[in-house]
Design a protein around this ligand. Structure first.
Ligand SMILES: [Ca+2]
Ligand SMILES: [Ca+2]
Length: 356
């Protein structure tokens, strides 16, 4: 009998998508909502009433696949009256006043299920059934059955969970061509991972990835080319901390666009970031931007020449001209003053010293 019911339900579900919109408008319906989650997690579904023409009682049986779902909680809905709700039992409601039909729509009950750890990826139908004698309205002294359509819901079992962010930091200041820049890759709002393989993207004409330093996540971390691989010490225990995952050290080879800088991105394949249950973790990834400058290029035109000396002289005297601030302190001491002008003059003319 149960097997037959299952087949009938599957068929209903198949036709469900097309029939759904129509059914609600046509007349009274019990509608089960749908949800999506990974094995091991909980989902909450509602049984709602639509198109109610008036009833004084309803008793619904919850139908689901017990090999894939574990029913963990049930809560009564919005209506006043007498309720009898318990996990694994039929949900029973009687109107407060047996003489007055309730015509409200809305939530009849809320069901919580845990998706079993070994549930396969796919759809699990969840629906309700009722004995026609158990859903009825009052008409004077007679209690008449009311036919409700049932719209099944479903739990979509997926192999991923969403949460957390991988953020590439952006250095606050412009960095000089020829020097190195450290770019921390930060994990925020971590929902728990045990392994991550992340590739770093950057403009190879401008940057060269010189080194990847381990962050604060413990376990083992290594880098091959632009791919960083991290594994927790124990693959059965999620690491949920936040903070620096790794620090990228780049050599700056060339000037980046003065206005837009150069981007450093992170990306990963779906199955390369996962948690202790071997469920993929989908994290948002956001890039960082590095702005660069040429040492001695005070006016930011991409060349180092006499104009920079003039602009620096004017800046030191009048402070009334736009400059590349990071380039001003030519000799690298504490101040921007005449000494910087002198050093820049020598640098432009003879190129026989290092400048900042
Ligand atoms: Ca210049
Ligand atoms: Ca100085």
């Amino acid at each position: 009998m149960k097997r037959i019911l299952c087949i009938v339900l599957s068929a209903m579900l198949f036709a469900g998508t097309m029939a759904m919109g129509v059914s609600a408008a046509d007349g009274p319906a019990f509608k089960v909502s749908s949800a999506e989650a990974a094995p091991g997690s909980e989902v909450t579904l509602t049984i709602s009433v639509e198109g109610n023409t008036g009833i004084v009682s309803a008793e619904l049986n919850v139908e689901y696949d017990e090999s894939k779902l574990e029913w963990t909680k049930v809560a009564k809905g919005d209506w006043a009256g007498r309720w009898d709700v318990a996990v694994g039992e039929a949900i029973t409601w009687f109107a407060e006043d047996p003489m007055t039909n309730v015509t409200d729509n809305g939530t009849f009950a809320t069901l919580t299920f845990k998706i079993k750890d070994d549930a396969e990826i796919g759809l699990i139908p969840v629906t309700v059934t009722y004995d026609e004698e158990n859903v009825y309205a009052v008409n004077g002294n007679s209690y008449d059955n009311v036919a409700f359509e049932v719209v099944a819901g479903q739990v979509q079992v997926v192999n991923f969970v969403e949460g957390g962010k991988i953020v590439v930091s952006s250095p606050g200041k412009r960095k000089a061509v020829g020097k190195t820049v450290e770019v921390p890759v930060i994990i925020e709002e971590n929902i728990g991972i045990v392994s991550a393989e992340i590739s770093v993207g950057y403009d190879e004409d401008i940057l060269e990835l010189a080194e990847v330093k381990a962050g604060d996540f413990g376990g083992t971390i290594s880098a091959t080319g632009n791919v960083i691989t991290w594994d927790a010490e124990d693959h059965s225990v999620n690491v949920t901390q936040n903070g620096t995952f790794a620090t990228l050290v780049f050599n700056i080879k060339e000037m980046a666009d003065k206005e837009t800088g150069t981007e450093v991105t992170v990306a990963y394949e779906d199955d390369k970031v996962y948690n202790a249950n071997r469920i993929n973790v989908k994290m948002a990834a956001s890039p960082g931007t590095i702005f660069t400058y040429l040492r001695g290029d005070i006016n930011g035109d991409g060349r180092v020449n006499n104009k920079d000396i003039t602009v620096l002289m004017r800046y030191v005297k009048y402070l009334d001209i736009e400059v590349v601030e990071e380039a001003l302190n030519v000799n690298g001491d504490e101040k921007v003053n005449n000494k910087d002008i002198t050093v820049l003059m020598r640098y432009v003319k003879y190129k026989d010293i290092e400048i900042n």
